[in-house]
Design a binder for this molecule. Structure first.
Ligand SMILES: [Zn+2]
Length: 298
């Protein structure tokens, strides 16, 4: 494929830090998709009919609905097709039919905690990846930019990045699927992620533990929203103010301003004890329920 769409073919190319980046779009009229093959018609050139180009591909998600625009890009030493499809979205279920509800807290200690008590912890391998990337980065700094040794390290980094990114996507897909399947309403916080991760790690980049955490929060929210929409379920983003400081006990609801950085939330007013992040998840759900008029008090 690279030869077909190389520089000579006149497709847009962009020079990035990691090498060349090629990307272009194909409109609906210019292709067909059949049995995991993309068939491109090249039309006529100088009066001669050009042969079709057939490109086999692997699907990461099953295709649904009618395919529209395809974006083709060359990134991290492989071609990627992004296929946009038109799907029919079912009508949202009536508010009165909502039975199962979930509050979801995305946090620093864990990727997320839900109001039912289930938690998703940062995977162990993140520490390894972070360490490896810092090593690679240091090794790059010692090499002449663009030299063959520099390129070798760059390519190792890039393949590790690709693998990590796929693993992360997989985790987010599975988790979001599970959460959407088990509830009719999903409540999340509006996050300002840049404020939540530590400053010293920002420089090191996206393959640090903080970088991966940030990416996961974003992906999870994105996947939850489109899966909820696709299933006609409800989702809501609420303000994060006081979600970790409020006591989620239904009879209390006091704001605990003195709360320190402990793992456990302990209410000085009523004695209610709960995992800090689960307490936050319960408050997130409470806010959404209030907003939708599903609870009247408080
Ligand atoms: Zn309380």
């Amino acid at each position: 494929m690279k030869k077909i769409w190389g520089k000579k073919a006149g497709y847009p190319r962009e020079k990035t830090e990691n090498g060349w980046h090629d990307s272009f779009s194909i409109q609906q009229s210019g292709y067909q998709i059949k049995d995991n093959q993309l068939i491109l018609s090249q039309g006529n050139h100088e009066g001669k009919r050009q042969p079709k180009i057939i490109i086999p591909f692997e699907l990461t998600n099953p295709l649904k609905g009618e395919t529209k625009i395809i974006n083709v890009s060359w990134k991290k030493n492989q071609w990627t097709l992004n296929i946009a499809c038109d799907i029919e979205i079912p009508p949202q279920m009536p508010l009165s039919e909502i039975k199962k509800m979930l509050g979801i807290d995305r946090g620093v200690r864990k990727i997320l905690a839900i109001s039912e008590g289930w938690k998703l912890f940062n995977p162990e391998y993140w520490n390894k990846i972070e360490k490896k990337y810092i090593e690679f980065q240091r090794s790059l700094d010692r090499k002449v930019k663009g030299s063959s040794n520099w390129k070798k390290v760059k390519s190792k980094m890039s393949s590790m990045g690709k693998k990590t990114s796929n693993r992360m996507k997989d985790l987010c897909h599975k988790t979001s699927r599970e959460l959407v399947d088990k509830s009719d309403l999903l409540a999340l916080e509006k996050l300002e992620t840049s404020k939540m991760v530590s400053k010293e790690n920002k420089k090191v980049g996206k393959w640090t533990r903080d970088g991966m955490l940030k990416a996961c929060w974003g992906k999870l929210a994105f996947f939850i929203v489109y899966k909820a929409k696709g299933a006609g379920k409800w989702y809501m983003f609420v303000s994060p103010s006081n979600t970790s400081k409020r006591c989620s006990n239904a009879n209390c609801g006091k704001i605990n301003k003195e709360l320190k950085d402990e793992e456990t939330f302990l209410c000085p007013s009523c004695g209610y004890k709960e995992d800090r992040d689960v307490n936050a998840a319960k408050n997130i759900l409470w806010k959404a329920q209030k907003k939708l008029g599903l609870i009247k008090t408080g």
